[in-house]
Design a protein around this ligand. Structure first.
Ligand code: DON
Length: 304
């Protein structure tokens, strides 16, 4: 398969979509990112990679971090995790509050904000220095030490993250947050502020396309059964109220972030990361979604 040509062709096809979306600015620091950027990295399981455009530019991974935090917590806690968070798609916005009230403090899934806060709470309980542990884990997965928090972004979100504060206090009132709200949010805002490139992200996603094997060290970090569950959660919940659309158009498990990144994978075959900062109304990258739809169509590859 001529991946290089396919990627060049799809990149040309998504260019006219610039201007259709809007850079996230509810976290003021994210609003400063120049909008017209596009990067892509395809990492095949056999070690070969293909890159295009701004594939080595760092961007805020935001909610994509939820998948890595989840995999860490699941690896530590096993099936017990699912007593505190469900696995159903929410059909709601990522920061929605209403379901949490009538479902009595058990978030629908670990990829909406409420669920991600429970996952972060688990990491806070397990580690003396959860922020350092999250960085260490991502550096191991991506195979590079050059992964850091963006403290301005974390601080910018802390100052404006009213809905996350509301969700965290709500969870606390239901007894589903064991640590202090401020502490859990501090870790959560930092994990969201992590900056990575498409190249690094595609590498970090290899754990999910390699059935739990971390390819840089050859270490097994997750069982294939755990990886199956995590991929299933990404498939059904990774795009919030656009999870159906992403599955329909792209057909891969994946996760988006309001920094404009999308990371996805085909188990046993490849991982792929795209980034373009302009978002649609549901908070997903306009060019990124289209690029992945074109990629799976042109390569004839998808889990379906
Ligand atoms: O909690 C927030 O609002 C952000 N730190 C992350 C949101 C996000 O990336 C949602 N994804 N599309």
């Amino acid at each position: 398969m001529d991946y290089a040509k396919i990627i060049r062709d799809l990149a040309a096809e998504v260019q006219p979509l610039y201007g259709q979306g809007k850079v996230a600015d509810y976290i003021p620091e994210l609003g400063k990112v120049p909008p017209r950027q596009f990067g892509l990295c395809l990492q095949l399981n056999d070690g070969i990679s293909h890159e295009f455009g701004d594939s080595r530019t760092k961007f805020s991974i935001q909610s994509i971090s939820k998948v890595f935090a989840l995999s860490k917590a699941f690896g530590l806690l096993g099936e017990e995790l699912w007593q505190r968070v469900g696995v159903e798609p929410s059909g709601n916005a990522f920061n929605s509050l209403m379901q949490l009230e009538y479902e009595k403090g058990i978030p629908r899934n670990p990829l909406i904000n409420a669920g991600a806060l429970v996952v972060t709470d688990i990491l806070v309980s397990k580690f003396e220095n959860p922020k350092a542990e999250i960085l260490r884990y991502l550096r191991q997965l991506a195979g590079t030490e050059d992964i850091h928090f963006n403290k301005q972004v974390a601080e910018s979100e802390r100052k404006t993250g009213y809905r996350n504060f509301a969700l965290a206090y709500f969870l606390k009132s239901f007894g589903n947050l064991k640590n202090e709200v401020e502490q859990v949010l501090d870790v959560y805002f930092h994990q969201c502020s992590i900056e990575m490139t498409c190249f690094e992200l595609a590498n970090a996603m290899q754990i999910f396309s390699q059935h739990g094997l971390e390819p840089h060290s050859g270490e097994r970090l997750l069982s294939s059964s755990e990886t199956k569950r995590l991929n299933a959660v990404m498939q059904t919940c990774g795009f919030y109220d656009e999870a159906g659309e992403f599955t329909f158009a792209v057909g891969l498990p994946g996760k988006s972030g309001v920094g404009g990144g999308i990371a996805a994978l085909l188990p046993g075959q490849y991982s792929i990361a795209v980034w373009s900062p302009e978002l649609n109304k549901k908070g997903n990258s306009v060019l990124g979604m289209k690029a992945l739809e074109l990629f799976t169509t042109m390569t004839g590859s998808s889990v379906f």
